[in-house]
Design a protein around this ligand. Structure first.
Ligand SMILES: [Cu+2]
Length: 109
């Protein structure tokens, strides 16, 4: 009986995790950098960044999220979905490889 309760608990917790919808954000990269360059999300919500690089004039040909070990190439004029796991409270930086010259911040609240 105890194992049945445990199994049921696991099933329900699994379902509730799967149901947490990801917060999707569309971003573009122009000659001025990321637009927008600040995002606010709630802690515990998975995040998907949908990034379209619209210029060849900057070095932002890939996006890094260093604290999440994410590095994704950004082809010109093609939307790329960058999946970021649910985050803890704080500031998460994302941007280019060169010390994040072209960069933005996710504020996790
Ligand atoms: Cu750079």
């Amino acid at each position: 009986m105890k194992s049945f309760v445990l199994l049921t608990t696991l099933l329900f917790s699994g379902i509730s995790i799967a149901k947490t919808p990801a917060a999707e954000y569309k971003l573009v990269i122009t000659e001025k950098g990321y637009v927008p360059d600040h995002l606010s999300v709630k802690a515990g919500t998975p995040v998907v960044l949908k990034i379209t690089r619209q210029t060849n004039a900057t070095c932002a040909r890939e996006v890094l999220v260093p604290s999440q070990n994410i590095r994704v190439e950004l082809p010109l004029n093609k939307e790329v979905s960058v999946k970021v796991a649910a985050l803890k409270k704080g500031e998460i930086k994302f941007g280019c490889a060169m010390n994040m010259m072209v960069a933005g911040v996710i504020n996790v609240e």
